[in-house]
Ligand binder design. Structure first.
Ligand SMILES: O=C(O)CC[C@@H](O)C(=O)O
Ligand SMILES: [Zn+2]
Length: 573
């Protein structure tokens, strides 16, 4: 695939071209009045401030796609275009999920017929996609491990449209899968069989921002990074940040209770989401778009929707509490000779940096190698190769004070021998590179072979034990065993790279990894959710009783089971 422009700064009037066949998403990182473009029915989410720019696009006879931004008013000197290409998206055939899991039978749902499509067209004129080529990307998950066979994708723009669609689907026994940015890692946002895909990509409006309280109300399809830029303009920041920020949708983040690198500082979306609007299976609207900080009126029902992965309702809008934007951020990459030294560094960072500590992330040596080999990164610490690296970030409000704290912390951890090498980011490109070194591991791993992913929670002390255990167990079989993740949250990303997709190889890993985790009181899904791929692993983290209650809740919200079937609740149920 032709490389497309990445992080191009377009000044005044410029354009860039991509070859036909690229799966292109472009975001104008300037946010006010949303608009959207389509190219070959694939979403090209554009949020553009029309006050400052106008936008035109077109395809030439050679099928070269051109996007042009014209500056019309003088206010800004540049508009940033961030183009994300998914080079994987259209390469190679992903085996159908139904072929890989023959024991999972299609539910007794109706098949979409021409009358259904005609109805959808009447509700969403021009926003019903039916060609199988055009549905390929939406049918396939980010990891290219799950592929469904949906024949219909719907693009509502408003909550009442979602309501009309779901009411119809429920009455006609049609199963649906909600889809945001399709960046999930557990196969939760793609169909397993032929479920209708309901995309939130056109529901991308900011509804309101209260600059006194920092409360943002927006539609579910807003892209996280665009929201970050939007609230930054108002002096705030989003309480979450993750590698997929350039394409994930806030509705998907809330539906999966996504974690990410700011969890350590700002906590979970269960705490930061003040309100949720969702459409329930029968088309009724769950009108919970409250912006109240305090509301202690009985059961907090929105909490059930947060993290329900589209199995209880389709989230259409959310209300998020945004903290003030930190005025000073410091970032360092440190190297340690042992995991104990990492723990000592973490303990000391809590003592020394206190409330300004905003991230503490681990990259082990194998993950660093992946980034050097497949991610095009150069290890910023060029001395001896070390077994562990940590990314430490502070976010505060007093530049001099924070810099002093960070530098005295670094001096002391080096003096104590916990850290043997380190570097501080000073230029903005260094901040970007350091974060991409950590956040880009998942994408780089995809180039190394077939990735078996485990997203586990442990006590911080026991964070790394399983990586060593698996390395020993898979000696000679695995290509790579990588351990990285959100150390400060006890959230390990164990990624095992094998040469092929194979049941034999998988049997060396599962159920061992889940049993080991369960025996230590850990969780088999720290932040990625359960989706399709981990639905049988949930039993290692929840009791039979708890799973039974989940099933009862599901039957109250969705008696016919049309919402994201085969996901989250174990397959035996
Ligand atoms: O790929 C993974 O296992 C983790 C992805 C993401 O949660 C991260 O923290 O980078
Ligand atoms: Zn993560």
């Amino acid at each position: 695939m032709t490389a497309i422009a990445r992080n191009v700064l377009l000044r005044y009037q410029q354009s860039f071209s991509v070859q036909s066949g690229c799966f292109l998403q472009a975001h104008v990182l300037s946010l006010c009045t949303p608009g959207s473009l389509y190219w070959r029915h694939r979403p090209l989410p554009i949020i553009i401030c029309q006050k400052f720019a106008s936008l035109s696009y077109g395809t030439s006879p050679l099928n070269v796609f051109t996007l042009t931004i014209k500056r019309v008013k003088s206010y800004r000197t540049h508009i940033m275009i961030r183009s994300l290409s998914s080079s994987r998206a259209l390469q190679g055939e992903v085996p159908l999920t139904s072929d890989q899991y023959p024991s999972i039978k299609r539910g007794r749902f109706s098949q979409v017929c021409p009358d259904d499509v005609a109805f959808f067209e009447s509700v969403l004129p021009g926003r019903v996609v039916t060609g199988s080529d055009d549905l390929e990307a939406a049918n396939t998950d980010w990891l290219r491990m799950c592929r469904g066979q949906s024949k219909v994708l719907l693009r509502p723009q408003a909550t009442d449209e979602v309501s009309t669609i779901l009411k119809y689907c429920n009455e006609h026994n049609l199963a649906v899968v909600p889809q945001g940015g399709n960046t999930g890692l557990v196969g939760g946002s793609v169909p397993v069989f032929d479920e209708i895909i309901i995309s939130t990509s056109l529901m991308n409006q900011v509804i309101e921002f209260n600059s006194l309280s920092g409360i943002l109300t927006c539609q579910a399809g807003c892209i996280l990074e665009n929201l970050e830029l939007f609230v930054q303009e108002e002096g705030f920041t989003m309480p979450l940040d993750l590698g997929a920020k350039g394409s994930c949708h806030i509705g998907g983040n809330v539906a999966t209770s996504a974690g990410g690198i700011r969890f350590l500082r700002y906590g979970s979306l269960h705490g930061n989401t003040l309100g949720v609007e969702a459409v329930l299976a029968d088309g009724e609207i769950f009108d919970g778009l409250s912006s109240l900080r305090k509301d202690n009126t009985g059961y907090d029902l929105k909490q059930l929707l947060i993290g329900s992965e589209g199995t209880l309702g389709i989230i259409t809008a959310v209300c998020i509490l945004c903290p003030p934007k930190p005025r000073s951020v410091n970032l360092a990459l440190l190297g340690c000779r042992s995991f104990q030294a990492v723990l000592d560094t973490y303990k000391f960072s809590k003592e020394k940096l206190g409330e300004i500590l905003s991230a503490f992330e681990l990259i082990d040596c194998e993950s660093m190698k992946i980034q050097e080999t497949y991610g095009g990164h150069v290890n910023p610490l060029q001395g001896e190769t070390l077994p562990f690296y940590v990314v430490v970030e502070t976010s505060g409000s007093n530049k001099d004070h924070d810099e002093l704290k960070m530098s005295s912390f670094l001096e002391e951890v080096m003096g104590k021998g916990y850290v043997v090498d380190g570097t501080i980011a000073s230029e903005s490109f260094q901040f970007k590179n350091m974060w991409s070194l950590r956040e880009g591991i998942a994408a780089s791993l995809m180039k190394a072979g077939v990735v078996y992913k485990y997203d586990l929670s442990f006590s911080i002390e026991g964070f790394y034990e399983l990586v060593d255990v698996m390395r020993e167990k898979l000696k000679g079989d695995a290509l790579h065993v990588c351990g990285y993740g959100h150390l400060g949250d006890g959230n390990l990303h164990l990624n095992i790279v094998g040469p092929t997709l194979s049941k034999e190889f998988l049997s060396l890993i599962e159920p061992f990894v889940f049993e080991w985790t369960s025996d230590r009181g850990g969780s088999v899904s720290a932040e990625h959710g359960i989706g399709f791929k981990k639905r049988d692993a949930i039993q290692f983290s929840k009791t039979e009783k708890q799973i039974g209650i989940m099933q009862q809740v599901k039957s109250i919200f969705d008696p016919k089971g049309i919402l994201n079937p085969y996901k989250t609740i174990p397959s035996g149920s």
